[in-house]
Design a protein around this ligand. Structure first.
Ligand code: PHE
Length: 329
């Protein structure tokens, strides 16, 4: 028995000097001091000894085990200390991590630019809700219930009376109900249409509505204002045309097309806005004296305008959030 104890002590001493990490120290602990370790087993053996032999070995075995335990504890403390020192070591010579800066979405940039131009022309900015009543979105704008003109705008209805606005024109109604002329306002926002999604149309897009109501407003002023805008936004040599059109809430009405010339492909006209003189019925609906006042209104599609200016061929990329697209702007 004494030999065995001595051998265990010797082996422990030999092995402990090779320990360099907490992991190998743990292996050593299991081997010698663990539940099935060498010292533990010696104690089992000791228990089997006849009682008159016990005193002879008990002390020796206890001493051997506790000195091994002491060596183990000390070494563990040392290793833990050096390990934690390793962790707080900071290499100040390393390069910093690059911070990626975000930027405004291209649609926001386009909207900002449109607002800036119209602010310069004396327009103030107003906004209205995206969840709108049928009353403001259609009825007040001269689209009676069951009127075929409603087919121009496929609508997401929320219930019989409420819908996701199909255009920003209901903001005109809200504004005119709350303010008497002169009114010169720009109303940007999101609009929704229940259309098949394709490169040309999406269920959600942005519009900017413009409204000017005063005593002597003319169609020539409407045209002049829009031409100033087109030239500032697209550049002096922009190619555009005004084309007669129909909207229930303007009379006469027109649409404006801008020439779209993709590189190496055939060009074509792209419609970017609708406009016209505010229909006297609409003024009457909002209780503005239509004998005294006249107005013009326009509504432009922000995505269309951005597509033209930046040569984007598919409206869906504005909503995909693909960094490779967004980073270009
Ligand atoms: N609201 C119309 C549309 O979305 C555009 C428009 C606005 C036309 C104002 C005339 C006047 O199609």
């Amino acid at each position: 028995m004494l030999d065995k104890i001595e051998l265990a002590e010797k082996n422990f001493k030999n092995e402990v000097v090779t320990v360099k990490s907490l992991e190998s120290l743990e292996e050593l602990r299991i081997k010698f001091l663990g539940r099935k370790g060498i010292f533990t087993e010696l104690f089992e053996e000791f228990k089997q000894l006849p009682s008159d032999e016990k005193p002879k070995y008990g002390q020796v075995l206890n001493k051997a085990k506790s000195s091994a335990q002491k060596v183990f504890d000390e070494l563990k403390g040392k290793l833990e200390k050096s390990e934690s020192e390793k962790k707080v070591y900071i290499d100040l010579t390393l390069d910093g991590r690059e911070v990626e800066l975000g930027s405004k979405h291209i649609l926001t940039q386009t909207l900002d630019e449109i607002k800036q131009i119209f602010k310069g022309l004396g327009f103030s900015i107003y906004e209205g809700p995206e969840l709108e009543s049928d009353h403001n979105n259609f009825e007040m704008l001269n689209f009676p219930a069951d009127h075929p003109a409603r087919d121009m705008q496929d609508t997401f209805f929320v219930n019989d009376n409420f819908l996701l606005r199909t255009h920003t024109s209901p903001v005109q109604v809200r504004l005119m109900e709350n303010k008497q002329p002169p009114i010169r306002a720009l109303m940007p926002g999101k609009v929704y249409r229940n259309e098949a999604i394709s490169a040309k149309s999406y269920c959600l897009f942005h519009q900017v509505e413009g409204l000017y109501v005063d005593e002597d407003v003319t169609f020539a002023e409407l045209k002049g204002t829009l031409v100033v805008f087109l030239k500032q936004f697209f550049g002096e040599d922009v190619k555009y045309r005004f084309r007669p059109s129909f909207f229930p809430f303007t009379e006469p009405s027109a649409e404006v097309d801008v020439w779209w010339q993709p590189k190496g492909k055939e060009g074509r006209w792209l419609e970017i806005l609708g406009c016209g003189m505010v229909d006297p019925n609409v003024l009457e609906n909002v209780k503005i004296d239509n004998e005294k006042y006249v107005g013009y209104a326009f509504g432009m599609g922000v995505e269309r305008i951005a597509m033209l200016k930046y040569g984007v061929g598919d409206i869906r990329v504005f909503f995909d959030n693909d960094k490779r697209f967004l980073k270009q702007f």
